[in-house]
Write a protein that binds this ligand. Sequence first.
Ligand code: NAD
Length: 497
Amino acid sequence: MHSTFALNPQTEAFLARPQKMLIGEQWLTARDGSTLTLRNPATGQPLAEVPAASHEDVDLAVAVARQAFEDSAWSRMRPRERQNLLWRLADLLERDAQILAQLECLNNGKSAAVAQVMDVQLSIDFLRYMAGWATKIQGSTVDPSLPLMPEGDFHAFVRREAVGVVGAIVAWNFPLLLACWKLGPALATGCTVVLKPADETPLSALKLAELVLEAGYPAGVFNVVTGTGAVAGAALSRHPDVDKLTFTGSTEVGKMIGKAAMDSMTRVTLELGGKSPTIVMGDADLKQAAAGAASAIFFNQGQVCCAGSRLYVQRKHFDNVVGDIVDIANGMKLGSGMDPSVAMGPLISARQQERVYSYIERGRELGATVACGGEMFGPGYFVKPTVLTGVSQHGPLVQEEIFGPVLVAVPFDDIEDAVRLANDNRYGLGASIWSNDLAAVHRMIPRIKSGSVWVNCHSALDPSLPFGGYKMSGLGREMGAAAIEHYTELKSVLIKV
Ligand code: NAD
């Protein structure tokens, strides 16, 4: 038994079986027999063993994905059929939503109840949104001038074509959702995919692979290689037969992947780290802003790329707003994500727990005030929701991504100050402004250097809105029409008639 709360029998059965990765239509162990041990972050106890793919396993998966891409069953499939398959896949996720949510909970530590209504539901919505795009991929026609070819009639058009074999590498914080953000546009446009889930969280990807087969996709269209970033991830990112890499993870690894992609001119999209500001103006509904700021940092244990991890509050309301956030943090129950009454689960791993805690210690050494939290405990990888004040804007706590439930709070004086502080960071993924002064908000929006700006909400993502980063937060966008562009190539055709 993995917790004191009831598991769906199908989740139990999934966990009880030997885990294998999907290559083509075969479920395989790693060729050299290597495995990775997964742990339940709420207990630290072993949860499952998965294959640790080697370079050769990745080679096989890419070869199978290449064959499926060239194979007429998939490449000649009509858009309507690709649309229907994506709908069918979304339906299967809906059917197995509880199982998927429980796997996310046991493997990642997040709340199963929240995962079902957030991670799984957002994945379903996203796949359905992308299903709609399958029938709306368009090129254009052009009247060419051709000054060097004055004679003759010409017909010119631009085709938008699937980019090919996609290598997708994702992080552990939203394992299923991040995989679906890659899978949706790839399958809508007619690409094939090799997915490398995070070392720590491959279980929902393996369940997803099962559902892809059940939906009726041709073999090889979707493949999953489990294993480490250093071996399987590196092999996929350097593979010469991958046409596009799409990566979600840290800026450090993203830079390595970007460089590897350039060597072979592989197309690349990078969704990287963040240190997103939450800006509370004096005219805001301050209670609502405090609740929003708390949720912006504490949701998913702060392990959210666009978490509102830097709080800026107009000076005269600083103590009041920070006090409300501290009250919310102190009222949060910590425990296993299988308990629906729990507000905060464990972090993903002992390593992440140590890392996050070391930032809190660093804050103490630098003279910060720990307004709440500031402790870690076990068994399991828990860190209490923490708010630090008295931190320097230029110090590591404000400048670096901590990726845990740690909020740093800094006062500001006026709009100029708020914009300057918000932009004073190497990342640029998201930002929220809490205010009821429409004119001031509209003056601020164009000046904020981030891929998303939310007003009176935070981390509110929608399939129709492109998501991605300015600056060190990445390259390219996921979701919306932008995603389709990133999974297609343009081909110009000129016909002399
Ligand atoms: P990470 O970069 O360590 O790992 C991400 C993935 O890359 C994993 O699958 C890992 O196995 C793989 N990887 C690691 N080393 C590799 C290598 N040398 N070559 C190829 N692949 C390799 O990141 P993480 O710790 O799993 O995730 C946390 C980070 O992800 C945070 O920085 C967070 O902000 C970021 N993130 C960004 C977004 C976004 O949309 N911008 C979303 C979620 C998470």
